[in-house]
Every structure is written in structure tokens, then in C-alpha cells.
Design a protein around this ligand. Structure first.
Ligand code: DQA
Length: 324
């Protein structure tokens, strides 16, 4: 399940924007801090706020608690808007989980945030050996890089909440209209070194760059991904379909037997074009079968890299034809 997750520095307004965004999108709202407090209470019998858990139990304990609670929150059955804790995305295991979701990074000017935070007193996670401002700056530096690297959409929250929500909703639907996904399955990371008679001479980065150029020419952004793992491809589809208009996929050998990949494509409800560099219908009998084809609007094969430009064109033609 792909959730919409709000991340950002302490006091930036994650909860209020999260609630308003959930209302605008008609989705349930979930506050990570409240879940963490409930989990702590269930397991210790203590009813403490997140800041008190952090202050009394120390930061290492608190971060472990976050890592225990995050997978529970993300396994929520119904798609939700979730406001996260400010430090939750900073742990690598948490980052891995978060990358499977749509991430909204809510930002604001550091001076404004510092003032707002200090109005409620120095937080327990500020370093004790520094002035509050130096401590804030250090954490700000460390965290903003993480937030930026995770963000699907970044939006400033220095305007009224309703405006911020409007911007998020607008940006999301713009992306949904103007982004294509390009995915490659196993062994295709080795293009350029594989049989060039069958698969051409371009490396995967070259092929992706060329297809991105073609997509740009057609008015679309292209997001690319390759994995040698079936689950990795499925996770990526689940995480990114929400922000895209269509998919171009060369599933590699998964073409011939991955019903799971077929189902993942069907579940996106997005048009997909299947591409093969080689002409699979003239190759071994097992390779002539595509279990992916029924989930796609078109299949292009045997044209080496030229097949990708054609795939982008066909996908865009389809999107224009079916535009509402
Ligand atoms: C391929 C064809 C598949 O059968 C093969 O396993 C690949 C590449 C192609 O592009 O021709 O890895 O998808």
C-alpha cells in the first residue's frame, strides 16, 4: 500500500498540513507520534508524550522505538496520509521503508523554525554541549539532506495551510499528468556488455538518457529504475505509479513467467508499453511467451534502442487519445 507521508523538521506543521491534506484527498489521517506514544504505553504501561519519552529514555532508545513503530504504521491496510516524526526518516532502515511511499517534504526557513521551536523550550534532541542555535544548525544541516533525498514533492509551508495543501494537490496532479516511468528487469543493468547482436550497443544509462530526451521532446519527465529482483520491481511500481501517467517496461526474463509483475502493472490502472530490444517472437519457444503483455497496451520488439523512442511515442499517443 502506497501511503502519502509528510516529512520535515520539528514544528514545520506536518500534523496540521497532514490533516488538511487528508481532508482534501478524502483519505484517513494518521499521526506517527500518537502511534509511537500508544505503542510505548502498550509495552511499558507508561503514558508519556513523545518529547517526554525522548527526554526520559534518551535518544538511542527513542530512535529504536521509531524503527519498531514505523513498519507497523506503514502496514496500515487503507491508504492514509501520515505525518512522521522529524527525526524518523534519518535512520537508514527507516529510509528504505519510506522509499516505497509518496513523500511530501514540508520545508520552511530555518530562522522561522528555530524561533518556533525555542518558543516551546530547548528540545531534548538538541546537543547538550552547544548553544541551542549551533545545535539547531547542526541538526538542520544533517536532516535537510535526508529529507531532500527522500522527497517526491518538496513544498514550502511559509503560507497559510490551505495554500500549502493546494500546492501539494496541484503538484501531485501535475506529476500524474506529466511523468512517465521507465523500468528494466534483471540483467539489463549489463546492457553494452550483453550480446550486442540481440540487445544493441548502448549501456543502460545511455538508453535511459536517450529515452528521457525523447520523453522531454513529447512533454514528459521520465523516472527510471532497474532491478534484478522481482520484489524490487514490484515495490518500485507500487511506490511510483501514484505519481505517473504511464509506464514503459522491459521486464527482461521476468517477461516470460512473472505473474506477480503482471498483477502489479494491472493494479496501477496505468497504461503500460512492453519493450524488448530483441525480437522475442523469433527466439526460443519459452521466450516467445509474454505473461506481461495482457497488462500492456502495446508490445514493441526487435528494434533495439529505437524501440524505446517508439514506446514513448505510443504511450503519449494513447494518453492524448484517452485524455479526460
Ligand atoms: C529482453 C528479452 C528477454 O527474453 C531477455 O531475458 C532479456 C532482454 C529484450 O529486451 O530483448 O533480458 O527483454
Amino acid at each position: 500500500m502506497n501511503h502519502i507521508i509528510i516529512i520535515g523538521f520539528k514544528s514545520v506543521g506536518k500534523s496540521s498540513v497532514g490533516q488538511a491534506l487528508a481532508g482534501a484527498l478524502g483519505l484517513p489521517y494518521l499521526d506517527f507520534d500518537r502511534k509511537l506514544e500508544a505503542f510505548y504505553a502498550e509495552n511499558t504501561g507508561g503514558t508519556l508524550s513523545v518529547s517526554d519519552i525522548l527526554r526520559t529514555q534518551g535518544e538511542p532508545y527513542f530512535r529504536l522505538l521509531e524503527t519498531a513503530v514505523l513498519p507497523r504504521v506503514l502496514s496500515q491496510e487503507s491508504r492514509s496520509v501520515i505525518a512522521l516524526g522529524g527525526g524518523t526518516p534519518c535512520t537508514p532502515v527507516n529510509q528504505k521503508l519510506l522509499r516505497e511511499h509518496t513523500i511530501i517534504y514540508l520545508s520552511d526557513k530555518p530562522d522561522v523554525l528555530f524561533e518556533r521551536i525555542m518558543a516551546a523550550g530547548v528540545p531534548a534532541f538538541f546537543p547538550k554541549d552547544k548553544t541551542p542555535r549551533a545545535g539547531f544548525d547542526e541538526i538542520w544541516q544533517a536532516r535537510t539532506g535526508v529529507y531532500e533525498s527522500l522527497a517526491t514533492i518538496t513544498v514550502g509551508n511559509s503560507v497559510p495551510i490551505a495554500k500549502t495543501v493546494e500546492r501539494i494537490v496541484g503538484e501531485r496532479s501535475k506529476r500524474q499528468r506529466s511523468t512517465l516511468l521507465l523500468m528494466h528487469g534483471p540483467n539489463l543493468n549489463r546492457l553494452g556488455k550483453r550480446d550486442q547482436e540481440l540487445y544493441g550497443t548502448l549501456t543502460l544509462p545511455e538508453l535511459e538518457a536517450k529515452t528521457a530526451e525523447e520523453a522531454k521532446r513529447l512533454g514528459y519527465d521520465l523516472i527510471t529504475f532497474q532491478s534484478n529482483h522481482e520484489g524490487g520491481l514490484i515495490d518500485w511500481i507500487q511506490a511510483h505509479a501514484e505519481m505517473a501517467a504511464g509506464i514503459i517496461i522491459n521486464p527482461g526474463a521476468y517477461t516470460h513467467y512473472s505473474y506477480a509483475l503482471h498483477d502489479a502493472l494491472v493494479d496501477t490502472h496505468l497504461p503500460a508499453v512492453e519493450v524488448h530490444l530483441s525480437k522475442i517472437e523469433d527466439r526460443e519457444p519459452w521466450r516467445q511467451v509474454s505473461v506481461i503483455a495482457p497488462a500492456c497496451i502495446e508490445q514493441i520488439m526487435g528494434k533495439k534502442e529505437a524501440g524505446y523512442a517508439e514506446a514513448a511515442q505510443r504511450l503519449v499517443d494513447y494518453l492524448q487519445r484517452t485524455k479526460v
